[in-house]
Write a protein that binds this ligand. Structure first.
Ligand code: AMP
Ligand code: GLY
Length: 425
């Protein structure tokens, strides 16, 4: 059995869960996390490198004999990290820059779906040059109106507006630079009504793929899905409505045409595809593609992968994923995110975190945490720590996660108490 030195890029709860899983593999020799957080050092060695500083990463890879780079967040992928290392022997798990455009440009993603007959909301794209056409397109749609900045906008680039005049005004504002260069092009699409879920696929660019456990995340800050959007307040896996019949449709109508489409178009893609789906009366439709794992979905998906993740990641990077099993753990997993008071608005940082940091019945995945020079654990972000638990069902797993979140202390701690409630009806 060959062992690999692995460099994982990123610093959130997602990377904590990936590091946790990678560190359990007998195939991992050394694991480095760049830059990591106050919890990832339990699974490997944190290194102070920016995931966007490719030259520094290259030097680190050479110095530490890294065999495989696993990219957690989208920014390095959209900036072309796969292509940067294309002629280097190190394996990179992720899409090429051309593939990362599935997340980096919503207009590209929509065109790709139309080309390959993948079910998604009807849409058109506009720039300042044809804003009048945009107004006319809005007039053909029924409210609410969905306006999306074409480029990456840190999860903030989507507006859903009830009133036609306001939608027109927002279109003008977006094209006028509301999200900077990200909204130079705006996608306007039909509103779809249904319940969302996240499907994750690992693919090797050669037609081999594995569908990972399906999850649902909770994006809004407030209970009952109210208030501002956040990076994600909790997640559940599996998702009861994503049953065999639904997942068969997802595989046939979305996963296979996506993989085939990438290949046909000559787009190199050896990494995770995140399908943001909506269930419209039993029919899956694509809301968005992302080119990485989800956060906090990863905090429930990794615990539900029973197979060796390093085998799977290596299979994706080398092009032989069809030979590698991806068994799912039958248990339910939930995660509840403890966040800083004030988040997703402004919030304090540097508050000491105390309490039970090694609970018996849950796994704590650190997100916005860091250690000071005395080893004290401090908050360093909006989303602070996710508590993941297994259970026989959602309620059982949730009871453990709530207990774990309650046992952590920092000033202003907040969490939602209704994670998974919509799935338990
Ligand atoms: P996105 O960044 O594309 O995932 O959009 C953010 C959120 O906006 C999604 O998670 C959905 O809740 C919502 N959304 C986006 N597009 C639509 C749509 N066509 N119909 C209904 N809701 C949407
Ligand atoms: N949980 C949604 C995302 O990672 O984009």
């Amino acid at each position: 059995m060959s062992k690999l030195n692995i460099l994982l890029l990123g610093s959130g709860g997602r990377e904590s869960a990936l590091a946790w899983k990678i560190s359990q593999s007998p195939r991992t020799a050394r694991l480095f996390i760049a830059p990591g957080n106050g919890g990832t050092d339990a699974y490997g060695t944190n290194v102070a490198l920016s995931p966007l500083d490719f030259d520094a990463i290259k030097a680190f890879v050479a110095e530490n004999k890294i065999d495989m780079i696993v990219v957690g967040n989208e920014d390095p992928l959209v900036a072309g990290i796969y292509d940067y290392f294309a002629s280097d022997p190190v394996l990179v798990v992720g899409p090429s820059k051309a593939g990362a455009a599935l997340e980096g440009s919503k207009d590209f993603a929509k065109q790709f779906m139309v080309r390959h007959n993948i079910p998604t909301a009807r849409y058109e794209s506009f720039t300042a040059a044809n804003i009048e056409d945009g107004y006319r397109f809005l007039e053909t749609l029924r409210p609410p109106y969905v306006l999306k900045a074409d480029g990456l906008a840190a999860g903030k680039g989507v507006l859903i507006i009830d009133n036609l005049d306001e939608a027109k005004k927002s279109l003008a504002e977006m094209l006028g630079g509301m999200f900077g260069a990200s909204s130079t092009t705006v996608v306007i699409e039909e509103f779809l009504s249904g319940i969302e879920c996240s499907v994750f696929v690992l693919t090797d660019g050669e037609g081999g793929y594995r569908i990972l456990p399906v999850a649902k995340d909770y994006k809004r800050i407030g209970e009952g899905d109210t208030g501002l959007n956040t990076g994600g307040m909790g997640a559940v896996s599996p998702v009861p409505f994503a049953d065999k019949e639904f997942m068969d449709k997802v595989e046939q109508r979305i996963v296979l045409p996506t993989i085939k489409g990438l290949k046909e178009e000559g787009i190199i893609y050896r990494g995770f595809i995140f399908l943001g789906l909506i269930n419209v009366g039993g029919e899956p439709m694509v809301i968005e593609y992302n080119v990485r794992m989800g956060d906090p979905e990863t905090e429930v998906v990794m615990p539900r992968i029973a197979s060796d993740i390093v085998d799977l990641l290596e299979g994706a990077a080398k092009g032989n994923l069809a030979d590698i099993p991806a068994e799912h753990d039958p248990r339910t997993a939930v995660t509840v995110m403890a966040v800083s008071g004030g988040y997703p608005g402004s919030y304090p940082k540097g508050l000491e975190i105390t309490g039970e940091l090694a609970p018996a019945e849950s796994i704590l995945f650190h997100a916005g945490t860091r250690r000071d020079s005395d080893g004290r654990l401090l908050t360093s972000g909006g989303r602070v720590i996710a508590a993941t638990s297994y259970g026989e069902n959602i309620a059982d797993a949730l009871a453990k996660s709530y207990k774990a979140v309650e046992a952590i202390n920092f000033d202003g701690k907040y969490f939602r108490r209704d994670i998974g409630r919509d799935l338990m009806k």
